[in-house]
Design a protein around this ligand. Structure first.
Ligand SMILES: [Zn+2]
Ligand SMILES: [Zn+2]
Length: 88
């Protein structure tokens, strides 16, 4: 993990963790050109190597993210269609 002191360009799926209290946040919607530098406990949060996995419905645009991976095969569906993996 590294501390993005001056911020990073936010991308979907990035996970930041507070080194003090262990709080974790994930980017649901990134923005190019802007720098994201979340802080917690008066400290910059650290960028984790792991990423959040998300899916999007190609029909209605509904978006979901995986909060906790289980051991099974995850195949989310919406509007009678398989949802597609969101690119980071
Ligand atoms: Zn904290
Ligand atoms: Zn849908």
């Amino acid at each position: 993990m590294r501390a993005p002191e001056s911020g990073v360009e936010s991308k979907f799926g990035q996970v930041f963790r507070c080194p003090v209290c262990g709080a974790e946040v994930t980017v649901i919607r990134g923005a190019s050109g802007a720098t994201l530098a979340p802080r917690c406990c008066n400290r910059p949060m650290l960028l984790k190597n792991s990423r959040t996995v998300g899916y999007r419905c190609p029909v209605c645009g509904a978006e979901i993210v995986v909060i906790r991976q289980g051991g099974g095969e995850l195949r989310p569906r919406c509007c009678n269609r398989d949802m597609v993996l969101r690119a980071a």
